[in-house]
Each structure stands twice: as C-alpha cells, then as structure tokens.
Design a protein around this ligand. Structure first.
Ligand SMILES: *Cc1c(COP(=O)(O)O)cnc(C)c1O
Length: 417
C-alpha cells in the first residue's frame, strides 16, 4: 500500500475501513471533555458497551436466585468462551481453557512442563521478558533446588541491537541442546513489540527434546496464531490487554492435544475433576482430558461475563480481518513517523511478520518529556524506562485519523521545543 501524508488520505482510509463501525461498540475514554487518542490497548483494552449488560445479567441472577443459579448456570460458564478462544489461538476446543490470572497459569504450567533432571534442567527465556515471567521462572528453578545462574539461559540481542534474530535464537537453542528442559518465550515481546517465529522456535526446541511454551499476553487477539499446527506444548495469556475483558479478568491456557491424557506432575483441584462425577465428592481424582484438567478452582463468573462480551465482538470480526486492518494501521503509523523527521527511532521490526500492532519508539532526546506532553494533549500511550514510548493502534477501535492526529500532535510538540 502506498500512503500519503495528507489529512484527507487518513479520512479516506477510514472510509474504506470495513471495521470502522466497531469503534462505536466501545467506550472511548474522555479527559477534560475531550475524547482521548487511546494507544494503550496493549496494556488495558477498552470496555465494550455491552459489557455492563453481560455482567449485570449474572449479578441479577445471583441477587435473585442465590445458589439456585449456581449448578445449572455457572458450573459450565467458562465453556461459553471456549470455542471462540480455540479459534483465536488456532486450537481444538479441548486444548484450551479460560482460568486464573496469567502468572498463576505460568506457574501451574511450569509445574507440569518444567521437570528438570540432572542432564536436562535449563529454561530458556528472552532478555527483557516481562518481569513477572522472569520472577516466575527463577522461582520455579529455585523450587527444584537449582541455581538460576546455571539453569536460566537468556537470549540476548546482538550488541547494538534491540531485537532478537531468529537465527540467533535457533543457534542458542542448538548450543544448549539436550540440556534444555523448557523454553518459555513471549509470542510478542511487550517492550520492543517484536513477534517471534513461534513455529521455528517450537520445531528447534522439540528437536532437542525440550518442552516449548509461549506467553501470549501480547500476541493473543493481536496476531493470528496456530498453536496446534505449530505443535506448541503449552501457552498462557491474559485477557485484559488485547481481549478487552477488563482488569483482572481470567486468562487462558493452551495444552497441546498430545498432552491431553496427562499423568505427569500437576497441581490438582476439584474443577479439573471429571464433570459427570465432580459432585460425588469422592477423594479419588479423575482428571478431565485436555486443558480443562488443569483447572483448580471454580471459575470467576463476573470476569468471565466481561470476557464473554468482548469475545463476542472479536469472534464476530475474526482474527484475519482484524489482522488485515492492523497491518495497514501500524504500517500507516510507521510511514507517518518516518516522514515526520529524524528525531526518533522505531525499534519494533519493520517487517510486518515480526510485529503485531505495537510500535515502540525511542526519541533521540527528551523522550520522557515528549511522552508527558503527549499525555497533556490527550494522547494515551505508555512509557517504559529507560527510553521507550509504546504505541498500540488497535484495529478494534482505533482509526487512521487518530494516527494522523497523533503524528500532528507529535510534530507540534517538537516544534514547541
Ligand atoms: C501483562 C503481562 C503479565 C501480567 O501478568 P498477570 O499475572 O496477569 O498480572 C505477565 N506476563 C506478560 C508477558 C505480560 O505482558
């Protein structure tokens, strides 16, 4: 696509956008009675206008029926989002379940998929992984009586580079080869916005007998995923970023079909027990086959109701149409930023196959001040120390005109300085 720098061109792109109506289905935040330009949907997705209705319905049933609502209605409630979730990540419905928060799920999955032995004990993660993932992995290593200094391998970009090269990842996996027990990498790195070649990483890791998992917090709802076909062993994600399910709403996990009849280590709870006999309350644990066997507790219905409202929208559009708009929207932002002047570097890869919607930008000077000025002018993005401004134009509700407006605001900030 050939872009132009005019305002009219942005308007035209909006007119031609088949998803333009979806913006009206979300509450766009206001400040000082002005609609903000919200590029922070990678941190907290906006609220669908239907969410209250979905949530109120469950609150009303609780209010009216008490426990009478429970067994008939809420026991299988998480199943309402299973099919749409499976479609979104490229899985069979038996391979996914929505439960718990993300870091909790990472721990539960590592209980199963990190079983170090004397020869095979290392975990590989990427440098600059989300801190919570890093803490989880280190504490899992220590939990097994091992030392992160020898058991934790960190993939680092080359000197002077911010992103990892697939060839370097592959070589590192080969170098550590059969000593690697588990690989856990972000599908998209939260800081640089780089999307990793999950198929290649999975293939290489498994050639050496490693279990390969992904943290998809920044990938789910952002990129098309094919977890089953790629042969990924396990994955986890949260729902409040790209999936717009609201703060603290439950995340999801993927367990490949080949692990469906799991009898290795796992932390069990009654919600993972065979559904037909769960309420016999027998002391013998009979697991549900597939991902649902990893459930421990009964599900958080109110968070699930919120998730259901947003998944209905996302599922209605489908990830291919979302991605098609997303590639265009992000490429347009990239184009305008490059046209603007040379005051900034975009550290996110320019290859669309290696990124989702996010662009991470480093200002050549006074980045923090520029960020603060943007905020004053109602552009909501975020700042990551020491020098990164993250911008996430989201195809669900952001428009081409907003991208245009944002770049004009950035231009005016720079001219004032
Ligand atoms: C957002 C995010 C988290 C947050 O974890 P919670 O357990 O949901 O608080 C963890 N890991 C990554 C990669 C994230 O992007």
């Amino acid at each position: 696509m050939i872009f132009q720098t005019t305002k009219e061109f942005a308007t035209q792109l909006d007119r031609e956008d088949p998803l333009r109506e979806y913006r009206t289905r979300f509450h766009i935040p206001h400040r000082d009675e002005k609609v903000v330009i919200y590029f922070c949907g990678n941190s907290l997705g906006l609220m669908p206008k239907t969410t209250k209705e979905y949530l109120n319905k469950e609150l009303d049933i609780w209010k009216r029926d008490g426990v009478l609502g429970n067994h008939s209605r809420w026991e299988p409630y998480h199943e309402h989002v299973t099919e749409a979730t499976a479609r979104l990540v490229g899985a069979d419905p038996t391979e996914v379940v929505v439960m718990n928060a993300l870091t909790v799920n990472i721990h539960l999955l590592l209980v199963s998929f990190y079983q170090p032995t004397e020869e095979k004990y290392k975990i590989i993660i990427e440098k600059g992984a989300f801190p919570s993932d890093q803490y989880a992995v280190e504490s899992q290593i220590k939990f097994h009586g091992l030392d992160p200094d020898s058991a934790l391998v960190i993939l680092e970009p080359r000197t002077g580079e911010r992103c990892l090269r697939t060839e370097d990842i592959v070589n590192k996996l080969k170098e550590h080869g059969d000593t690697v027990s588990t690989i856990l990498i972000g599908g998209v790195n939260y800081n640089t916005g780089q999307a990793f070649d999950m198929a290649k990483i999975t293939e290489t890791g498994q050639e050496h007998g490693a279990k390969v998992g992904f943290d998809l917090a920044h990938a789910v709802g952002n990129l098309p995923l094919n977890l089953h076909e790629w042969g990924v062993d396990f994955a986890a994600w949260c729902s409040y970023k790209y999936l717009c399910a609201g703060p603290g709403s439950p995340g999801g996990i993927f367990i490949h079909e080949r692990h469906g009849n799991w009898n290795g280590p796992r932390f069990n709870g009654w919600w993972g027990h065979d559904k037909d006999t769960r309420f016999n309350m027998s002391p013998d644990f009979i697991p549900i086959k597939g991902a649902e066997g990893w459930q421990i507790s009964n599900a958080p219905i109110f968070g699930l109701a919120c998730l259901r409202s947003s998944m209905d929208i996302i599922n209605h559009i489908g990830i291919s149409a979302l991605r098609a708009k997303s590639e265009k929207l992000t490429a347009y932002m990239e184009y305008l930023l490059v046209q603007l002047n040379n005051s900034l570097d975009i550290i996110t890869p320019s290859d669309p196959a290696q990124r989702g919607c996010q662009l991470s930008v480093v200002m050549k000077n006074s980045g923090k001040q520029v960020f603060e000025k943007l905020k004053e002018k109602n552009v909501i993005c975020d700042w990551r120390e020491p020098d990164v401004i993250r911008l996430a134009p989201k195809p669900l509700y952001n428009s081409f005109s907003e991208v245009y407006e944002f770049v004009e605001i950035l231009r005016s900030i720079q001219q004032d300085r």
